[in-house]
Write a protein that binds this ligand. Sequence first.
Ligand SMILES: Nc1ncnc2c1ncn2[C@@H]1O[C@H](COP(=O)(O)OP(=O)(O)OP(=O)(O)O)[C@@H](O)[C@H]1O
Ligand SMILES: [Mg+2]
Length: 500
Amino acid sequence: MDTQPNNTETSIEDLKEITSTVSSPHELDQLLELTIETATRMMDAKASSLLLVDPKKNKLYFKVATGEKKKDVIKYEVEMGQGIAGYVASKGDPLLIPDVSKDPRWHKEISESIGFETQSIACVPMKLKGETIGVVEIIDKADGSAIQEDDIKMLMVFAELAAVAIGNARSLASAKIEVNTLKKELDLKYQLVGESQTLKKVVSDAIKVANSKTSTLILGESGTGKELLARLIHRAGNRKDKPLVILNCAALPETLLEDELFGHEKGAYTGALGKKIGKFELADQGTIFLDEICEMSTNMQAKLLRVLQEGVFYRVGGNEAIAVDVRVISATNRKVSEEVAEGRFREDLYYRLNVVQIQMPPMRERMEDIPLLAEFFIDKYRKERGLMNLKLAKETLDKMMQYDWPGNVRELQNALERAVVMGNSKEIKPEDLPIFDAKPKYPGLQVGLTLEEAINRFKREFIIMNLNHTGGNRSKAAKMMQIQRTYLSRLISKYSLKDI
Ligand SMILES: Nc1ncnc2c1ncn2[C@@H]1O[C@H](COP(=O)(O)OP(=O)(O)OP(=O)(O)O)[C@@H](O)[C@H]1O
Ligand SMILES: [Mg+2]
């Protein structure tokens, strides 16, 4: 190359700037301008432009132009196959034309109408995954010398950089669209349905805390929607674009829970082959939802308290303090004040978590929401299962209004789902609802029974309730009743409940 050392240095700097900008998320227009301007400067061209294919119109349009007439040229569109740019775009091969006046492909209208005299042109295609998405061209050298084969090579490098930038921008744009669609789907999936005053109050409290970092404790019976509320708080606040990380404290034994929450360093223990990022770190700038918080061992409670007090934690086996900015939402279906009074839950941690407390109302305090909830779930099944004519018989709804739903919304949802599976796909009849055979209010109890008989009837009823609530899942039911699964199986045989 005959460029001065000085120029070479600036050129290298220019190239470095472009390559680092191309690989970082950036405004595409700026990036393309930078690329084309650098190409023009490095190749000492009089003018240059980048045209993109519009596949819908089957035309090329000017995306960026340089040179004294850049503002005029940008308004033009070129048919595919028309002129030199159109020819290169449709053929997909580079082209060097030393004298355009002698080339039949030259489409002189644009140059003539903007008053830009052109002698030679080099034009190369921009390709993305083998497909031509546009072209880059340079017009004449500023010093009047001819455009060379070497210039074509250089121009192709720039075209490739521009194509990478466009490819990145397009993937980013489609990823954004996808994220938004998924977010909308999730919003729908985790919609908190209900119009009752009790639920409205809960939602308005949730929205009040959403924008602050205040720790919130959600209390409520099982199946009342505590997790949905936690999601709503996250979504309604200014952390919504940051992660919401959910951890069920009941699901893991202590050591695994610690590993999940704080992560570990490589080699922290046998089997720790690499570094693991914990949920606290993943939730940085977002929200962590600690579900079933009362199930956490006292040891872990102490560790959690330290993080909340100091705002830093250590990965297991690590000695670097990691600072995070995390809003904590926790939930339990236990009577947490009793847990504290009886020494199972640390009082100091309780105060940390319980800055704002929200109580999810049980179904029986918002019976007026039943029709809305029923319609919401049925509509979901209509769409999911293509049962467009599915509806709820009036008597079914009447029955639903008379039942007090000890398992709350989850029980209602399970009951309807089973009814849909077992029913005739058109109308859900009262007898399709499994729950009404369970007669939840100990109807078998009467004077004249021995205490043992009464206890047995109660136990049978109670097991039925729990199995109905878990949709027949014995492990879950055993866990809820805090008995061994094997013991539950024995009781199920004893009370002939195998069919539930
Ligand atoms: N208001 C509601 N609108 C729509 N669906 C709801 C509502 N409340 C609860 N649900 C549904 O009921 C089920 C239980 O809700 P969720 O898991 O939020 O309850 P929970 O209080 O966390 O229960 P648990 O204590 O058993 O974990 C979920 O499938 C949820 O989608
Ligand atoms: Mg839950």
